[in-house]
Unconditional design. Structure first.
Length: 257
């Protein structure tokens, strides 16, 4: 209230009005961003900004609805309703940090009218044909991350002639064959080591490692006990069947600027 600066010492839990001396040589320093008072202030600022952005977005939507309502008397109501719906969707997209959509929906007018996204992430990129990726790529401004595994299914097509022209080759596969750098996620956290042994040897040349969770003796719970106990004489054939169901969980990550 007196507009005076207070200095908070979180180590001694004391407050003083005079500036404390500089730390002595060799004294341990504490980063400012880890101090409780600093974190509390930053949290308040972030909440204020989020509340401001939310109110600003709602105000813009209200203005758009108000402007459209003035034109309803002498215009095509159906046409204006569709246009208003698109404008509101675009406004919501512009005020959202993360948007999830399918490749087909990424070409909608609402997304095309929205601001460019800083990063585009395409999951299962190795199973997408190149043309199907183009609408999504148009939405990005600087980075695109392709996540997939070319060792799994290729791009899904139904034309036999398309395979001769490599229409079933994904952009992920094309870039990999062109020599672009790929970051492989070489640790799997889903399959039991007895299951992962097959894809590790056949598909990944031994470069796949098991996570610490799947290496625990109790991994799998009751299912692990039942497989090893009640169905021991079917264990080999069952494991081979499970391999082809579960090895699809493995992924590569390709990062391109």
């Amino acid at each position: 209230m007196n507009k005076r600066a207070m200095f908070v010492n979180h180590k001694t839990k004391k407050v003083q009005l005079t500036c404390p001396p500089r730390p002595a040589s060799g004294e341990e320093l504490h980063p400012t961003d880890q101090m409780p008072h600093y974190r509390s202030c930053m949290s308040s600022v972030v909440k204020y900004i989020e509340r401001h952005n939310d109110l600003h977005s709602k105000l813009l939507q209200f203005i758009q609805v108000q402007n459209m309502s003035k034109e309803l008397k002498n215009s095509n109501r159906k046409h204006l309703a569709a246009e208003l719906n698109q404008v509101l969707e675009t406004n919501i997209l512009d005020s959202t940090h993360i948007v999830m959509t399918t490749l087909g929906s990424s070409g909608s007018k609402a997304l095309e009218g929205a601001s460019k996204f800083s990063v585009i992430v395409i999951d299962e990129a190795a199973q997408c044909s190149e043309p199907s990726m183009l609408p999504a790529l148009k939405l990005g401004s600087s980075h695109c991350v392709l996540v997939g595994d070319p060792q799994q299914l290729p791009a899904t097509i139904f034309s036999m002639s398309g395979r001769e022209t490599k229409y079933d080759r994904s952009l992920f596969q094309r870039l990999e064959e062109a020599g672009h750098h790929i970051n492989m996620l070489d640790i799997q956290y889903r399959m039991h080591p007895m299951i992962s042994a097959f894809p590790r040897r056949i598909f990944y040349a031994g470069s796949l490692d098991d996570g610490p969770n799947v290496c625990k003796p109790d991994y799998g719970g009751d299912l692990n006990t039942n497989i090893r106990g009640n169905f021991r004489h079917f264990q080999v054939s069952y494991m081979i069947f499970i391999v082809f169901l579960r090895w699809f969980s493995l992924k590569y990550v390709f990062l391109t600027l």
